[in-house]
Design a protein around this ligand. Structure first.
Ligand code: GLY
Length: 380
């Protein structure tokens, strides 16, 4: 059966799944409806994330193996990615807003205590997942935004710094040059027409940067890292952190800091997170939707596909409209069964299939996502 026909099978089988799922919540073999992939086996402890976390999950797994807290584990893993200047979708070096300012969003949920924390539109503070955890632990609030969140971070001892690296500054300048004549050499300049030549030199590094600039100017990314973990006892936590949509209007907030959209945990059921166009996720409360689907007995993968089907229904499954964006969902249940689904077959890396990262205690590896459409698409 092709992926697409399996997809149709999935859509026509939803009613049957709900009935079957009501017999037993956990401990049963995971449902495999609509999925071309082998059913994931449950294993604990376990930690998963979007593909960009594959080299960071070991940090979280070390904490889980030592009997540490699941929230400390996921925060430790995503902090590696936030600190990495080469990941321009998260934390330090994230691609900035239209004014060249990096603005970060993050959230977290701690399953065992049913607590949450979140920050949005934060400038000059690199480790916003940890900041969301600090809001959760040290205030009577769930969400802080903008300058209030920055001032809270400074009061709590977080260092303030410029988050725009040379890499991201040059790409932002290239985006400006591509959108406005005023940010290009004028007609009196020998560099007129060659609008990028004043930004990028002939070095191999600058040529690689130019290629990256062309890619992100065409498809402004909404890269992000959601990360979720279950420990040996079955306690669950999750976090999601991002620099959001590149070139956004200052103040734009995506799904990542929205509890119930970009991050959701119910310690009796599981956790879910997302990457891609946050606006679409916010409209379906994707994280909450997926957790509730898992409560009703769906496997993590089928719950993620159901969330995608709700987004697709908003556009009557019109591939042209849906092709203007990309979105992924990731989920983990209390048994350590995991899954992810992407709207399109392709991942963020050009020419590569959509994948996510899983550390099962032995190794961290990339695993194929189930896909809603069996074709390449999505601008983000
Ligand atoms: N999913 C990340 C964002 O839309 O900001």
């Amino acid at each position: 059966m092709s992926l697409w026909s399996r997809r149709k099978f999935f859509l026509t089988s939803l009613a049957g799944t709900a009935v079957a799922g009501s017999t037993k919540l956990f401990g049963a073999a995971p449902a495999t409806l609509g999925v071309s992939l082998p059913a994931a086996q449950g294993k604990r402890p376990l930690i998963i994330s979007s593909a960009n976390g594959v080299n960071a999950l070991h940090k979280g797994m070390d904490i889980l193996k030592a009997g540490g807290d699941t929230l400390d584990a996921v925060i430790a893993a995503v902090t590696v990615v936030e600190d990495d200047p080469n990941d321009d979708s998260v934390g330090y070096g994230g691609l900035p807003n239209e004014e060249g300012e990096v603005e970060l969003d993050a959230s977290c949920m701690h399953g065992p205590t049913y607590r949450a924390g979140s920050v949005a539109g934060v400038r000059r503070i690199k480790n916003v997942a940890k900041l969301a955890q600090t809001v959760m632990q040290r205030t009577n609030h769930v969400m802080l935004v903008g300058d209030g969140a920055r001032r809270f971070a400074v009061a709590e001892g977080f260092p303030e710094e410029n988050l725009l690296t040379e890499h991201s500054r040059k790409i932002w300048l290239a985006w400006k040059a591509s959108t406005s004549f005023n940010w290009r050499p004028g007609i009196d300049s020998p560099e007129w027409k060659e609008k990028m030549s004043s930004i990028f030199q002939g070095t191999p590094e600058d040529q690689a940067l130019l290629a990256r600039a062309m890619q992100v100017i065409k498809d402004p990314p909404t890269g992000t890292i959601p990360c979720m973990a279950v420990d040996a006892k079955g306690d669950i936590s999750a976090t999601t952190t991002t620099s959001g949509l590149s070139w956004k209007i200052p103040g734009r907030v995506g799904d990542s800091p929205i509890i119930g959209a970009g991050c959701c945990v119910d310690n009796e059921v599981g956790a879910a997170g997302s990457t891609g166009k946050g606006e679409e996720n916010i409209k379906i409360s994707g994280g909450h939707t997926i957790v509730e689907m898992m409560r009703q007995g769906k496997s993590p993968t089928d719950a993620c596909l159901e969330a995608l089907s709700r987004i697709a229904r908003h556009y009557k499954n019109d591939k042209k409209k849906l092709g203007t964006f990309h979105i992924y969902f990731y989920a983990l249940n209390k048994d350590g069964v995991h899954g992810a689904a992407s709207l399109w077959l392709n991942g963020y890396e050009e020419g590569k299939r959509a994948k996510y990262a899983v550390h099962d205690g032995a190794e961290s590896k990339l695993v194929d996502c189930a896909t809603y459409f069996d074709s390449v698409g999505g601008d983000q």
